[in-house]
Design a protein around this ligand. Structure first.
Ligand code: 13P
Length: 252
């Protein structure tokens, strides 16, 4: 039996100004410091504008900070983009790549996501690689095929359980209040782990963390986090409230 320590990650998306971002980060860090700490790793991914501020505010608390995206190139003429090394320089340990909102809003393909994940690894960051099917794809019975294909085409070369995390986020569950049932989540997570085993071998696949994301809340976290192949959560809306984020972490 492989012990995978769970990861509870907050994706703040494009939310927060200095004052509320700081209050949220400090609220979580203060609870961590007060203890007892929940039995999981904790991460917040603020918007890029707040990463430096948040990283400084929570330094030494045990709360990790990550970015929400990075560019595939190490640097250069890419106006408005963020280099993975710049995130690392601010104190980030993680970066999310391939979130469905980026895939949709910025037409990011699996190849782009893979290149971004490889840039993250090159900068020493842990890449959180997001995949997930749309409602139409699920209704067509293509859920496993779609996730398998996204995974195998988005996974960076050189991925290991130490530098990569997978996040399964069914698009129809993101921000909708509609959550995957435990059976739906477990089915896809198990298929993801099987695909990882084909690519990386069963030992690495058994140690790699696979997070669930999509309307995870305090009242459904317990049953999702208890599933054998669910190794944590990528939380949107509920990560914007200290009490909700903490309650999810405590479900571990
Ligand atoms: P919600 O938790 O708001 O559904 O968002 C999930 C998500 O997209 C996290 O990356």
């Amino acid at each position: 039996m492989t012990a995978r320590r769970k990861l509870i990650a907050g994706n703040w998306k494009m939310n927060g100004l200095k004052s509320d971002g700081l209050a949220l980060a400090r609220g979580i860090a203060d609870r961590l410091k007060a203890g007892p700490a929940p039995a999981c790793d904790l991460l917040v991914c603020p918007p890029t504008t707040l990463v430096a501020l948040v990283a400084e505010a929570v330094s030494g608390s045990g709360l990790a900070v990550g970015g929400q995206d990075c560019h595939a190139k190490a640097g250069g003429a890419h106006t408005g983009d963020t280099a993975a090394a710049a995130l690392a320089d601010l104190g980030c340990r993680h970066v999310i790549v391939g979130h469905s909102e980026r895939r949709t809003d910025h037409a990011e393909t699996d190849a782009v996501v893979k290149a971004k994940a490889e840039a993250a690894l090159a900068a020493g960051l842990i890449a959180i690689v997001c995949i997930g099917e749309t409602l139409a794809q699920r209704d067509e019975g293509r859920t496993i095929e779609v996730n398998r294909s996204q995974l195998l085409n988005s996974l960076p070369d050189g991925a290991t359980p130490d530098n990569a995390v997978i996040a399964y986020e069914p698009v129809w569950a993101i921000g909708t209040g509609r959550v995957a049932t435990p059976a739906q989540a477990q089915e896809v997570h198990a298929a993801i782990r099987a695909a990882l085993a084909e690519r990386l071998g069963s030992d690495a696949a058994g140690r790699m963390r696979i997070l669930y994301g999509g309307s995870m809340k305090p009242d459904n976290a317990l049953e999702l986090l208890a599933l054998p192949d669910v190794d944590g959560g990528l939380i949107g809306g509920a990560s914007l409230k200290v009490a909700d984020f903490w309650a999810i972490a405590e479900s571990c």
